[in-house]
Design a protein around this ligand. Structure first.
Ligand code: SF4
Ligand code: SF4
Length: 328
């Protein structure tokens, strides 16, 4: 059997927490307020950063969940990054923590000397369902005042989000009313959505579905996405998330060597043989019954894994974090 082997890492992020003030409908990681409010410990951050450095990656971004929900925790992570010699490219934020200019500047001023150089500020209709645009502008302004770099993601949405009342939140249906029925569909390409995680749920009824047979025929090879190391993530629990395939995981200590088939049978099946073999595995061993249609191989993959975790109560290091499956 050809086994998955993550030998080298190029570009990625550190997930400090999965709990979030928002519950965005596109969230790849299925974050939200329901998650247990656990933030990465400095010791785990150090282990993660040393591991990614040993595999050739010397800078990462920090994301969540919402990393700024625990400014003191974030400060510790920045200190650890400096100690390990891993540069922090930027820290992502949804701006929910903004209260007023003074307190926002105080937080940024505290973090900046420890390596906070740039903040990626989320600007999108998905985020605007939970965060008034006024807060986003407040964080951008506080960055300007304190000399912290700003990376608005994505700038192109500023005119649309700014066209609504900035003091309140606005749902995607309001956007559709104003910008047309195709608005949400157009967001897929405009935002460059990865159709996994919660985005699958959001778009399940909005996109054309394909028959199971068609999907299996079109995807008869292995999932090489799993070996993509150009945008990897490592999380607060010591999981490495392969290839943006959220809900699949590799223990940090198992990176850098071929994954054994005893501990990583499912990942190896997906990597070597693909979705058809994974379906067969789950049907024969765990009674999974497929629907007639799916959006994609990734929706089928997610439904199989959800069945294993929630219905069959499988606890496996390949299917972490378990909370992902109940909160997505
Ligand atoms: S996309 Fe970001 S802000 Fe939205 S729920 Fe996910 S982590 Fe939170
Ligand atoms: S089918 Fe599963 S393993 Fe393959 S790319 Fe999609 S989510 Fe990843």
């Amino acid at each position: 059997m050809k086994t998955l082997d993550i030998k080298k890492l190029y570009s990625g992020g550190l997930i400090t927490n999965y709990f979030c003030s928002s519950r965005c409908r596109h969230c790849l990681y299925g974050c939200g307020p329901e998650w247990e409010r656990i933030y990465i410990e400095p010791e785990q951050a150090e282990k993660n950063l040393l591991k990614v450095k040993s595999l050739g990656c010397t800078s990462v971004h920090i994301g969540g969940g919402e990393p700024f929900l625990r400014p003191d925790g974030l400060l510790e992570v920045l200190k650890v990054a400096k100690k390990t010699g891993v540069a922090i490219e930027y820290v992502e934020t949804n701006s929910s923590w903004f209260k007023d200019e003074k307190s926002a500047c105080a937080i940024l001023e505290k973090l900046k000397p420890h390596g906070l150089e740039t903040v990626l500020v989320s600007v999108s209709p998905f985020h605007n369902e939970f965060i008034p645009f006024m807060k986003v502008k407040g964080v951008i302004n506080a960055c300007r005042i304190t000399g912290v770099g700003i990376f608005p993601w994505m700038k192109t949405f500023i005119p649309e989000t700014g066209s609504f009342d900035e003091t309140s939140i606005h749902n995607l249906e309001e956007y559709e009313q104003r910008y047309g029925k195709k608005y949400m569909i157009d967001l897929i390409s405009r935002y460059g959505l990865t159709m996994r995680g919660r985005a699958l749920r959001t778009y399940a009824e909005k996109l054309n579905r394909r028959s199971l047979e068609e999907i299996l025929k079109a995807n008869d090879g292995g999932c090489y996405e799993l070996s993509d190391v150009s945008h990897f993530h490592v999380d607060l629990f010591g999981n490495y998330i392969p290839g943006l395939c959220t809900g699949l995981s590799i223990r940090l200590e198992d990176l850098g060597k071929p994954l054994g088939i005893v501990d990583y049978l499912m990942l190896n099946i997906l990597y070597e043989k693909g979705i058809g073999a994974f379906l067969e595995f789950a049907s024969l061993n765990y009674g999974f019954r497929a629907e007639r249609e799916y959006l994609s191989k990734c929706e089928l993959c997610f439904e199989i894994r959800r069945h294993l975790v929630l219905n069959r109560k499988i606890v496996s290091k390949e299917l972490q974090p378990g909370e992902f499956y109940s909160n997505v």
